[in-house]
Ligand binder design. Sequence first.
Ligand code: ADP
Ligand code: MG
Ligand code: MG
Length: 521
Amino acid sequence: MEIENIVANTVYIKARESGGQKKGKSKKWKSYLQFPHYSTCLSLRSEIDVSYGYIIEKQPIGKLLFQQFCEEHVQYHQCWSFLQKVEEYETSDDDGENRRHLAQYIISLLAPSESEEPSSSNDESSNWAHFLPEKVIDNCIKTADDAAHNSEPRSDIFAEAYRHVRNFLAAEPFKEFLNTVYFYRYLQWKWLEKRCVDKHTFRLYRVLGKGGFGEVCACQVRASGKMYALKKLEKKRVKKRHAETLTLNEKQILQRINSPFVVSLAYAYETKDALCLVLTLMNGGDLKFHLYNLSPGGFDEKRAQFYAAEITLGLQHLHKERILYRDLKPENILLDDYGHVRISDLGLAVELKDNEPIKGRVGTVGYMAPEIIKNEKYSYGVDWWGLGCLIYEMIDGKAPFRQRKEKVKREEVERRVREDQEKYSEKFSDAARTLCRGLLHKEPSFRLGCRKIGRPEDGAEELRAHPFFHTGDPITGREPVPWKKMEAGKLTPPFCPDPRAVYAKDVLDIEQFSTVKGIRL
Ligand code: ADP
Ligand code: MG
Ligand code: MG
């Protein structure tokens, strides 16, 4: 290994380890993190989203502050605890003692046991859920009771009660919250977040990958020590390819999306030469690196299933927001420290206004759906095609319509995509084969994920029900992927990256040899 690469890796690994601790923080930058006086921030109120659904349910800081607010008030506190317990219940293991205990505990919150002194039942603490219709409580008790006796407790027993309690908190209590110091603290955080950043805010580390318009490298906020990835889009190159609207688009879509399965945008700024996107750092590398450098021949089916499931959830989120992704391929799927994956690179993503199909030949050769190649109108189905290609590649160790490093003209690849039936080796189980077949249906209206007409996010539901997403344990039988648990980030990934390793090519190789080919804009 070149000495330059060793140095670059060592410095990067050190920064990663110190990230968030004292070591990575710069004294000089300390004042940068100080809160301004709250009165400075009050004007922000009119500029930001002040709904319960956003602040409390989408912003971790908001959630924490609201919890602290609730803790000061007996009734609110009990409502809050109830919501937390139900969430824990819904994402806990589908069977097992733990879940039954949780159910019992939640029931005891709803209906304090009758043996208690009658006098205590009128005080605030046992009457916290007075707004809940009797019927709803009875229903919970009954279904929980049934479940405890004959089968596995269902995950949605408390859904209705949850809705009532949530709506209670979102009304008066939330209004009260908006006039407390807790909310002012939230505004202070938002103020810090909104402040200008520029290249001096960050320390730069080694390059991690190369894209069409520039490099991606690791970086660290000087003031806090937190690590990110910095994606540079060089203005010169953007101009040369007339991609100004596309790059702006990438930023705008990224800042709208907030999903654990899609890379998040933390900051954006520009320099004289480049637009810079500061993104979630994905230390585990991209799937292309894993597939071709570390696990040649493909992943085992469990691992492929896990990634496919998380990517399906990412696509579902994008489609729900009316975003078409259009660039699924292994190098755009990245692993984090724990081995969870996220979709990255929204450079080709586009919003479908009113869900109307669109036209435009964009994508990467070998992954574009037949309807794109034929220059027809297309919709969310092109992403399900892309997922089909990706799952195929994860299992077989090569893409369905093109051998790796095969010297073949673009026209030939496109002919294969339009006309040839892909072949399935013995690496595919029955379920994997039918899934890929379904996703790689040349006619979009018959394709898996496109056959139900309804909301855009329903496509993912069709996939989620496919036998491929059942865990095939021959003894306990086949059980579906625990989707709720996966959405809550509670599943342990099948492969965990080594914290001391760098999952990227050597720095010199990236700089000198990689060019990105085959992408159409
Ligand atoms: P392009 O839009 O030009 O294809 P990408 O956003 O896909 O650029 O980035 C190129 C490569 O850089 C990726 O394939 C990946 O290896 C690396 N990379 C991109 N984003 C990150 C990130 N957030 N964390 C770690 N590596 C990244
Ligand atoms: Mg890319
Ligand atoms: Mg891109």
